[in-house]
Design a protein around this ligand. Sequence first.
Ligand code: F6P
Length: 523
Amino acid sequence: MPALSSSPAWQALQAHSEDLRSSGFRIAEQFRDSNRFRDFSLRQGELLLDYSKNYCSPDTLTLLLDLAEQQGVSAAIAAMFAGEHINASEDRAALHTALRLPAAANPRPEVLACLNKMNDFVSAIHSGSWTGFDGQAITDVVNIGIGGSDLGPAMVTEALADFASGKLRLHFVSNIDPNHVQSTLKQLNPATTLFIIASKSFRTQETHANAQQARRWFLAHCNDESQIAKHFVAISTNLQAAQAFGIDPENLFPLWDWVGGRYSLWSAIGLSIALAIGMKNFQSLLAGAHAMDEHFRQAALQENMPVVLALLAVWYGGFLGARSNAVVPYAHRLREFPLFLQQLSMESLGKSVTSAGEPLDVASGDVIWGAEGSNGQHSFFQLLHQGSDLIPVDFIALARGNANADPVQHQQLLANCLSQSMALMQGRANSEQAHRHYAGNKPSNTLLLAELNPYNLGSLIALYEHKVYVQSVLWGINAFDQWGVELGKELSDSVMQAFVDSEAKQALDESSRGLIDQIAEWS
Ligand code: F6P
């Protein structure tokens, strides 16, 4: 197999990108063909993807679809759903889609049993039949986890706050910085607090340290180990380690190795979400994701939202020099969405060898960043409009605000969103004053949701999950492992040792030794 950059489809795109550049291609001019919006938009349920404001012509899309065909995207989609071991380096399937299959069509009894267990648990907590050590009902839930065991649940819980049952306050503790757990514990009453230890491996240093702090804090108030069962539950594949921590086997929710950490909010890792919004809404989140799964599995490539998004991302990174992608939700409730996407995308696509172990000869995963609009307009948008880098933007907007939103103010929000993508595309020439010149021709997608509800959010997240997978297939890399994070974890053990053992310190580099000495002097 030739290297990707010398493959026929890649070469054709290379030549095409040079043609577009030399012809002075302008996105805004493409709208002279009045069907551009119709032809360059896709709808799935209550999600509309408008990709008409991209630096691409119909020919670009044809050539990108040729690349998809060359790289075997259709077969790769089928392989994922069939449970093939597409995570080759760990010899595992990536079957997060099985977590959101409707009950009647779900061949995995363990998934249904886990959902039933979650249902019983949520009912017991909400009804108050589950009580703490002194007989009071639970009022606060603290999810202790990090990465995929934190970002997804925290983002969804915040996004769907308007759907919260109102019975519980949710807290998320992730950082190993002791301030995070301490400042959270300070607000809580141990008699009415439930801790969820969310860790696929149950070996993650941060989660372990925070869980131990929580355990000590709890015992300092209650002083009865047997009461831990009423205040600590866990979700893990490592049932032994969870039990060793003191979790009652009854309070252990299972997870399976075919669920990747950053794809796990649909599993029992989403228990905090279910507690916040209730099981019915959690099921609706799963149903929305399943609808996107079905679209992804069945739609022709040119009508397939995740495929189109992935092709455009590969186009910008591979042929137009883009190295980052801004994601800007015009929704305060979605302000944590860019953080969630960072792990989903960068942990999946930050690779430079192919699944076959060969060096990848084109640029792969780009930097995902962003923040809520309209706030971003007053911080980083200057760089989008007049900076020297090409930074494609994904705008996310809600046609309807929540029930209490002032309709006129919501329209102002939407007007801000639409005007930014217009300004980026159109620009405004000023030959007199260079600093007032807007070059324009800057690409963006707009994802419009009818409203933010559990179902639509499920679809939106699944859309990006599948986009990331297709990008990985186009580049021939494995989206489901994350070996790059291991070295730092190992070295942190050596540094801990070096803090207390001068021989271990001598084995470190001079910069690290210097920093350790300064820390010692100041601490
Ligand atoms: O550091 C990377 C990582 O393994 C992520 O992939 C994962 O989501 C996170 O750590 C937390 O892992 P765990 O759920 O096993 O504690």
